[in-house]
Design a protein around this ligand. Structure first.
Ligand code: GDP
Ligand code: MG
Length: 322
């Protein structure tokens, strides 16, 4: 499915590696560690009369913690996976007439949005997907943030705020010929150097070396949607932002989808339970039940592990019944 839906070069690479088993290898390794833990716990339940070495709970706890970290790392790839599949959600916002729609048109290379010298032209938001470098970028052009909006502009602004709340990246477009406008408080809180690029537009009309005084320390890009100046640099910065969501998993580009994330979240819950039990003096039966829960969750991703497997490991780890 991911291969069919791949919208960019990078998404295609991830889908291919998935098929060749990058995720499979990762899960194999985690399942292997888990079976090891489970065999060590169940040996004491299944063979209480055998003369087994003393149960090493500290060692088990370390193993469970290692698995919890690996699970969390894999879960963290979900966001990048979404970005590869659906595109980087990039919201263009700013005051009316700052050149948001012109910038969108410039970035997508055709007249997608209506541009007008009249303020408040874009009242709804509109979306356009394009491929930039190895990534798919999903731009949303929004209604201007007007400090004194008309009733219809108010509706548009509410939608802008909704979109901003879900954005992976915000482009705050500022008009180089005007003072930096006051922004709604809900937006201000979201404008961090990690989430936002300040785009000073209409730089063709500003004096050379112009530098606006921004309320927060956002990274600054300077563009002219009219002449195209600075737009290549902006594109490069957007691609870098998309890349910054990537979570390293060794050599491979591992990403998961929402089905995987659901299973891994379940595994995560069971692992937390197991940790709590190992930190107290809880019977091994209950601990084994949590680990079985993890095994079932992992099985949702990489196929069910039958009990034979666990028993094999148990017998190869301990000298039992000889
Ligand atoms: N000189 C100059 N004018 C621009 C630039 N970008 C946009 N404009 C003009 O500014 C006006 C508002 O542009 P528009 O894209 O509709 O702004 P929006 O309201 O933020 O979407 C239009 O007349 C554009 O032609 C630019 O970089 N330089
Ligand atoms: Mg507009």
């Amino acid at each position: 499915m991911d291969l069919i839906h791949a919208k960019s070069e990078r998404a295609l690479l991830a889908a291919n590696q998935q098929l060749r088993g990058a995720l499979g290898r990762c899960m194999q390794d985690m399942t292997d560690q888990l079976i090891d833990l489970l065999a060590r716990v169940e040996a004491y339940i299944d063979f209480p009369d055998e003369d087994l070495p003393g149960e090493d709970r500290a060692n088990l706890l370390a193993g469970v913690q290692r698995l919890a970290v690996a699970t969390a790392r894999l879960l963290a790839t979900n966001h990048y996976g979404t970005i590869l599949r659906d595109g980087l959600k990039t919201v263009i916002l700013g005051e009316p007439n700052s050149g948001k729609s012109s910038l969108l048109n410039r970035l997508v290379g055709h007249e997608r949005a209506l541009v007008s010298a009249e303020a408040g032209t874009t009242r709804d938001y509109l979306e356009e997907r394009i491929t930039l470098g190895p990534h798919c970028i999903r731009f949303t052009d929004t209604a201007g943030l007007n400090p004194r909006p008309s009733p219809i502009e108010k509706l548009g602004m509410a939608k802008t705020l909704e979109r901003a709340a879900e954005a992976d990246l915000m482009l705050l477009v500022l008009d180089a010929t005007r003072p930096v406008p006051p922004l709604p408080r809900e937006i201000q809180a979201r404008l961090t150097p990690q989430s936002t690029l300040a785009v000073i537009n209409k730089i063709d009309l500003a004096p050379v070396g112009f530098h606006p005084a921004l309320p927060t320390s956002l990274p600054i890009m300077k563009t002219s949607a009219l002449t195209g100046a600075g737009c290549d640099e902006l594109v490069t910065a957007i691609i870098q932002r998309a890349e910054s969501f990537r979570v390293e998993q060794g050599e491979d580009l591992v990403t998961i989808n929402s089905r995987h994330a659901y299973a891994l979240n379940q595994a995560s819950t069971c692992l937390r339970e197991a940790q709590t039990k190992l930190e107290s003096t809880c019977p091994s039966e209950l601990l084994a039940s949590d680990l079985r829960g993890v095994l079932a969750a992992f099985g949702e991703i990489s196929g069910k592990v039958d009990n034979e497997h666990v028993l094999d490991r148990l017998f190869s780890t301990f000298c039992i019944g000889k």
